[in-house]
Design a protein around this ligand. Structure first.
Ligand code: NAD
Length: 508
């Protein structure tokens, strides 16, 4: 463990703010404790209000330099950051596992996602296209162009402690923005490690290091400073719906922009012709992967009555084989939850489920004893449920899966959409009509809708995000970059007349 921390520049005691250099922060200490075994990894002194002021001042200065660098050259810097991440993939992936608790292949996968989005952003740096239009006025030219936006805030959740930042940061960087990252205070060390990696590249190239700034502190303190500050043109925030409501309100009040990536309540519909082998794999990864702590985790499976008993019995036996333990061990599929408060939420949800009439099919224990001393390990749980259970409307951030019987595609889609969130969704079928209906405008109401693929594990090439309480934001691929730039429409008169649009006459 110590070797990994040293390789990534993590000290026993770390500063909680970076803006070209590490500041001497004096805020309350955060202890980063590994949920694997309760071991202290390192400490961080949180940033305070005055630190935030220094950080934003430096980020603003950096923006003025960075926006003058041509976009493809900014892309070249991101390319080098991608190379540096490749060198550190092993250590950083392990640190993600140590600090957050996801299994190592997922920790490494998260770093791979950073590398992939870096590659995407490099190409994008030469494709920040605007459109040209034909002007209605003679000898006029009309077009639109995209300019850097300014200093942006990136607020990230604990469950993807490094990838979420990269989805935003690499796109924002090629777009010419400077950024201030506020990671979750549950995973501060991964934020420090990434900042160390990036700064090496900035320094080597003589670039302003405050382009990639960092502040560590609680949402209610340093997070509030960031969202309330008018100098932050865009706040891209990933986290719970509760947090999204607060950020939407504060940033909306000052007419700033937001990208909100909030909670999910994702369902898989398994129709009567489901390919069981595919569905089983997708459901297991979706519900048990990352211990049910992904925004895209599968929370509900809506199963056609003709295959209900068969699929439930297959799931039950698969659940009994899941190895729960140290996520660094290669034969373990499920590690711990992030902390004991997450375990308390899991236990509380199970009580509510039973009170409301849900039936536990398997797995409802919080594990204790040897290998589970941290108190953060729980069993993945299968629940037989009716769609009307009030708790189904909530996202419990734990491996609890509701199994609901359905009779036909229309009922399935209705139940599917009857939750406040709208992130990811899937259907398993080979029936063209079912699949097309699910993908149609009266089908799934989610930002992501898949056929014969689970809800979890999106690729970076598409725009990622969801509807309804999930917040409506889009990140990563496709044209998500447009949110990180400001659009300008330009009309140029290169003639000798001054005609007005819409034929208006105004001659003096
Ligand atoms: P959280 O809402 O507790 O915290 C997320 C971040 O918001 C943290 O950095 C936190 O400090 C910050 N924050 C909280 N209140 C704030 C405030 N008033 N001002 C500024 N910042 C504030 O979420 P979490 O427990 O870290 O993450 C889990 C949640 O994130 C789940 O709901 C999950 O579905 C969601 N999530 C969504 C996506 C997505 O892309 N849609 C991706 C990952 C996670």
């Amino acid at each position: 463990m110590q070797e990994i921390l040293t390789n990534l520049g993590i000290k026993k005691q770390n500063s909680g703010a970076f803006c070209g250099e590490w500041l001497e922060t004096k805020g309350k200490e955060i202890e980063s404790i590994s949920p694997i075994n309760g071991e202290l990894l390192a400490k961080v002194s949180q940033a305070e209000k005055q630190d935030f002021e220094t950080v934003i001042t430096e980020a603003e200065k950096a923006f003025k330099i960075w926006r003058m660098i041509p976009a493809p050259k900014r892309g070249e810097i991101v390319r080098q950051i991608g190379l540096e991440l490749r060198k550190h993939k092993d250590d950083l992936g392990k640190l993600v596992t140590l600090e957050m608790g996801k299994i190592l292949s997922e920790g490494l996968g998260e770093v791979q996602e950073m590398i992939d989005i870096a590659d995407f952003a490099v190409g994008l740096s030469r494709q920040l296209y605007g459109k040209t239009m034909h002007s209605e006025r003679p000898i006029h030219r009309m077009y639109e162009q995209w300019h850097p936006l300014g200093t942006i805030g990136i607020i990230s959740s604990f469950n993807f402690p490094v990838a979420v930042w990269a989805w935003n940061a690499f796109i924002a960087a090629v777009c010419g923005d400077a950024m201030i990252w506020k990671p979750s205070s549950k995973t501060p060390l991964t934020g420090i490690a990434v900042t160390n990696i990036v700064q090496k590249v900035m320094e080597k190239n003589g670039m302003p290091k405050a382009v990639f700034s960092l502040v560590i502190g609680r949402g209610s303190t340093i997070g509030e400073s960031l969202i309330n500050d008018r100098r932050v043109s865009l706040v891209s925030a990933t986290g719970s719906c509760r947090m999204g409501y607060r950020i939407g309100e504060v940033v909306g009040k000052r007419l700033g922009s937001c990208i909100l990536e909030l909670g999910g309540n994702n369902a898989i519909i398994a129709m009567e012709d489901t390919n069981m082998e595919l569905a089983l794999k997708a459901i297991l990864f979706g519900a048990v992967g990352t211990a049910g702590q992904r925004c895209t985790s599968t929370r509900r499976v809506l199963i056609h009555e003709k295959i209900y008993d068969n699929l439930v019995s297959k799931l039950k036996s698969a659940y009994s084989t899941i190895n729960i333990g140290n996520p660094l061990d290669s034969d373990v599929l499920m590690g711990p939850l992030i902390d004991k408060s997450a375990v308390a939420l899991y236990e509380d949800a199970l009580q509510k489920i039973q009170k409301q009439g849900g039936k536990i099919i398997c797995g409802s224990e919080t594990l204790s004893g040897k290998n589970y001393e941290s108190g953060c390990y729980v069993q993945p749980t299968l629940i037989e449920a009716k769609a009307e259970l009030p708790i189904i409307q909530d996202e419990t951030f734990a491996p609890i899966l509701y199994l609901i019987k359905i009779q036909n595609i229309d009922e399935a889609i209705e139940i599917h959409n009857d939750v406040p969130q709208g992130l990811s969704s899937a259907i398993f079928t080979n029936n063209l009509i079912y699949a097309e209906k699910f993908l149609s405008h009266f089908g799934s109401d989610c930002g992501i809708a898949n056929v014969n693929i689970g809800t979890s594990g999106a690729e970076i090439g598409g725009a990622f995000g969801g509807e309804k309480e999930t917040g409506g934001g889009r990140e990563a691929g496709s044209d998500a970059w447009k949110a990180y730039m400001r659009r300008q429409t330009n009309t140029i008169n290169w003639g000798k007349e001054m005609p007005l649009a819409q034929g208006v006459e105004f001659d003096v």
